[in-house]
Design a protein around this ligand. Structure first.
Ligand SMILES: Cc1cc2nc3c(=O)[nH]c(=O)nc-3n(C[C@H](O)[C@H](O)[C@H](O)COP(=O)(O)OP(=O)(O)OC[C@H]3O[C@@H](n4cnc5c(N)ncnc54)[C@H](O)[C@@H]3O)c2cc1C
Length: 577
């Protein structure tokens, strides 16, 4: 056991965490704790691009980007935050370029841009080229660039340190408790400001594009500390995951001209979105695929459709989509140059999360009361710029825009205050006791079995289409699983690299997040963005143009509260693509 002290601590080394650490470290002592080696963070898997209205290839304006994002969010995104996102996107992409990020280029040497779903010219008229990219390895390049900058700026890294709890006392965050994976030791990190940048929770579902490590740790820790989560019912299914495997095939394929086809060879998106067709927003395309399958037009009657890129030609595929071509050849043994790819919607992205303001400060209610010293950014946070549905390329922007703002703010905050003493000296012991309980458990339940059952429940009942009945069933079954979770045992009893134990902790987090998601979805009796209720098929602005806050109470039950949507420039309107 050891004690560490910094001005600022960032939990998570993805795009959001690294950008925050880079900025915080310019004026405050800063450490990053990450359960993974930093460059293995999921940001490194982002393929298609980062959206910014640079206008390098054709005319574009941040106001158009703002409109598209608001419409994409089905009018649930907060427009003040979306304005910050779209204005600052331009400057932050240029900043990344100056840090050395190797973007693809136009013939004149500017950053190249391509089409992406929901991004349009002149308020919905036609697709616009807005996604800046480095082949289909954009996230990889962002992560490498930011990591190099952090090293240069003397950020201290604690790699393979898994954070298990926060230290929050009287509305002030004073640090966190972490488990050192290599040794099994538990350490206290004392700080003036802590940022959670722990990424998403795709592992709640069985078919997902997300890495094994995306288990919602930061969000679950907040729930357990009485901090609410916002808009948990909105979880995005990306239309094109590899059939059965869920591995993502970037929307960049459709951005470059690829199309979806059903069993009859029809380009069916023409029927669902006459203007943008295959480049409609993700919720719309995922629903269309499900409907085609339901009506018997899946390929060979099975639960997938084809993504056809064969007309793009070898050169475009090899040059602009090399990773995808490689995945498809490796995992499916087929060549995208000559054969269509079998795809189905895959659990992809959390629009909801820890509520924050535009400086990434965590807030706990509709009055925007902050938890002093606590910040969140990236996929784990909900600021809310994505509302009910995120547009492709807008997550990478979100990471760097709000990571940067949060990093600046936390350093300024840390420089203003004295380190607050930690009152409760038993916190570390409680975390240790909790791990001991898991290690000494002799029950019959296995982590892998419970995880699989949870993922099936979520896939069956809390995916693209939902019903009240199905959601209630999910809530009931998840509660049973949580009960059974009390009787798990882990096989590895050792101290070094005990992945068994950490997987058990992560399952606990996933179950909490799954429950909060199912409850929030059951509570919202309308359809909006990614939340599609078959029993309430219409959007209901009168009753539901508001954010959900779900909070866990001390007895383990949940309660709801609401927060108004900030509307500045664009009034809610019917959403057609
Ligand atoms: C396959 C794929 C492709 C994508 N493509 C795009 C795209 O082209 N454009 C786009 O805009 N978006 C894309 N996205 C979405 C986007 O990549 C993610 O939303 C984003 O990268 C999340 O970044 P993050 O910084 O929030 O977290 P992540 O990059 O997920 O990093 C999370 C970090 O938290 C750490 N961590 C987690 N829990 C703990 C803990 N308990 N203790 C310590 N550390 C912890 C991890 O070690 C890791 O460093 C894609 C996502 C996927 C899965």
């Amino acid at each position: 056991m050891a004690y560490f002290q910094y001005d600022c601590i960032v939990v998570g080394a993805g795009g959001a965490g690294l950008m925050a650490a880079l900025y915080a470290s310019r004026s405050a002592s800063t450490a990053v704790l990450s359960k993974l080696y930093p460059t293995r963070s999921h940001t490194g898997a982002a393929q298609g691009g980062i959206g910014a209205a640079l206008g390098n290839v054709e005319e574009d304006h941040w106001e158009w980007h703002m409109y598209d994002t608001i419409k994409g969010s089905d009018y649930l995104g907060d427009q003040d935050a979306i304005e910050v996102l779209c204005r600052e996107a331009i400057d932050v992409v240029i900043e990344l370029e100056h840090m050395g990020l190797p973007f693809d280029r136009t013939p004149e040497g500017k950053i190249a841009q391509r089409n992406f779903g929901g991004h349009t010219r002149n308020y919905g008229e036609a697709p616009v080229k807005r996604a800046c990219h480095a082949a289909d390895r954009t996230g990889h390049m962002i992560l490498q660039t930011l990591y190099q900058q952090c090293i240069k700026n003397h950020v201290t890294f604690f790699d393979e340190f898994q954070v298990l709890d926060l230290i929050v006392e009287d509305g002030v965050c004073k640090g966190c408790i972490a488990y050192e994976i290599a040794t099994g030791e538990i350490h206290t990190f004392h700080a003036k400001a802590v940022m959670l940048a722990t990424g998403g929770w795709g592992k709640c579902w069985s078919v997902t594009s997300n890495a094994f490590t995306l288990t919602g740790d930061g969000a679950a820790i907040c729930l357990r500390n009485g901090i609410p989560l916002e808009d948990m019912e909105f979880y995005q299914f990306h239309p094109t995951g590899i059939y059965k495997l869920g591995i993502l095939i970037t929307e960049g394929v459709r951005g470059e001209g690829g199309v979806l086809r059903n069993n009859l060879g029809e380009r069916f998106m023409e029927r669902y979105a006459p203007t943008l067709k295959d480049l409609a927003s993700r919720d719309v395309v995922s629903r269309a695929i499900y409907l085609e399958i339901r009506e018997g037009r899946g390929i060979d009657g099975k639960e997938y459709v084809h993504l056809d890129a064969t007309h793009l030609g070898r050169e475009v595929i090899e040059k602009k989509l090399p990773e995808i071509a490689d995945f498809v050849r490796t995992y499916l043994g087929l060549d995208p140059v000559t054969q269509p790819m079998p795809v189905q919607p895959t659990a992809h992205y959390a629009m909801g999360g820890i509520p924050t303001d535009v400086d990434a400060r965590v807030i706990v209610d509709a009055q925007n009361t902050p938890v002093y010293g606590l910040y969140a950014a990236g996929e784990v946070a909900c600021v809310s710029v994505h509302g009910a549905n995120r547009l492709g390329t807008n997550s990478l922007v979100d990471l760097v825009v709000f990571g940067r703002r949060g990093g600046r703010h936390m350093a300024a905050f840390a420089n203003e205050i004295d380190l607050q003493p930690i009152q409760d000296r038993d916190r570390e012991k409680r975390v240790r006791d909790q791990l001991e309980r898991l290690l000494s458990g002799t029950g019959k339940e296995k982590v892998a079995t419970l995880r699989k059952e949870m993922q099936k429940i979520m896939m069956d009942n809390v995916s693209v289409f939902r019903t009240g009945e199905g959601l209630q069933e999910a809530v009931d079954k998840l509660r049973e699983l949580k009960e059974r979770y009390q009787h798990i045992s882990v096989e590895d009893k050792g101290k070094q690299f005990n992945q068994d134990l950490m997987e058990a902790v992560e399952l606990g987090n996933l179950l909490d997040i799954a429950e909060a998601t199912a409850l929030s979805a059951l509570n919202r009796t309308e359809s909006r963005g990614a939340h599609s209720r078959e029993d309430y098929p219409e959007r209901d602005d009168k009753n539901w143009l508001k954010h959900t806050l779900i909070r866990r109470q001390e007895d383990g039950s949940y309660c709801f509260d609401y927060k108004p949507v900030v509307i500045t420039k664009f009034q809610p309107a019917e959403r057609k693509y």
